[in-house]
Ligand binder design. Structure first.
Ligand SMILES: [Fe+2]
Ligand SMILES: [Fe+2]
Length: 264
């Protein structure tokens, strides 16, 4: 994908709901640290996979490397506007680096698989909120997030299959996924508050009301999704795909390396 951000891009790219942009940006900030960690864990397992799964896994690794690369470029623009977010970014680097260096390969694979389930749940929730949350938003940034979410739906089973082939212990998967969720909530809350403070809206009741409502609504999708995925015998392929995101992703134009602009 080729993303060209305008020079005057507003990092609060959703004028109707700037606090939604902050929350989404906070997730974007995690990507250059979380996704390379998943890639390292899964790449280290390639040799133990059968050729078919190895091939599919390579495709998944390519997608994740692209995601984090594109988010890194976008995050630089966010950082310029909200310089205090380098604080949480440093801790993100330390946290995922510590996991990578100190945990077992099986734990790291379970963490990647569980994180992919969380990403799928976020995609499913976002598709239901498409109109209210993305209407009037900057089209390049909306495309960045929607492209990423669409590919998360596409490869929802990839890391899971690798974890299942090499480990398959559900308790480890549940534990690692819960940890991934706690880390996500902690860093997104921290970075969102810093961006709200940067806009002098830290004490805005409207911002708090909206953020709380979205968080509760997201939790109602995410927690049952995570719980179902941890049940014995469950496979992500039995999760129903959202309708719009895969259909939109299928319209990718390899000539221009673009997707159609989503107008909501
Ligand atoms: Fe990704
Ligand atoms: Fe992913």
């Amino acid at each position: 994908m080729a993303f060209e951000y305008p020079d005057d891009l507003d990092p609060a790219w959703n004028p109707r709901f700037p606090e939604f942009a902050h929350a989404a940006n906070s997730i974007s900030l995690l990507m250059p640290y979380a996704e390379p960690y998943f890639v390292t864990a899964v790449r280290g397992a390639l040799d133990g996979l059968d050729p078919d799964l190895r091939e599919r896994t390579r495709f998944y690794l390519g997608q994740e490397m692209q995601h984090q690369r594109q988010h890194r470029r976008f995050n630089d623009l966010v950082e310029r506007r909200y310089p205090r977010i380098v604080g949480p970014e440093r801790w993100m680097a330390r946290t995922y680096g510590w996991l990578r260096d100190t945990r077992s390969q099986r734990f790291n694979l379970a963490f990647a698989a569980g994180s992919e389930t969380i990403a799928y749940g976020i995609a499913r929730w976002s598709e239901r909120q498409l109109g209210p949350l993305f209407a009037g938003a900057d089209s390049v940034v909306a495309t960045l997030f929607l492209w990423h979410l669409a590919e998360e739906v596409e490869h929802k089973s990839a890391a899971f299959d690798v974890w299942e082939a090499l480990d398959g212990k559900r308790w480890r998967y549940a534990l690692a996924m819960t940890l991934s969720f706690v880390i996500l909530v902690w860093f997104t809350t921290w970075a969102t508050l810093l961006m709200l403070a940067g806009d002098r809206r830290l004490l805005s009741p409207v911002a708090w009301f909206r953020l709380t409502r979205w968080a509760v609504s997201l939790a109602f999708t995410l927690i049952p999704t995570m719980a179902a995925s941890a049940l014995p015998g469950h496979h992500p392929s039995s999760f129903a795909d959202p309708v719009f995101l895969p259909a939109w992703l299928a319209q990718y134009d390899p000539q221009t390396r673009t997707l159609p602009v989503v107008s909501l």
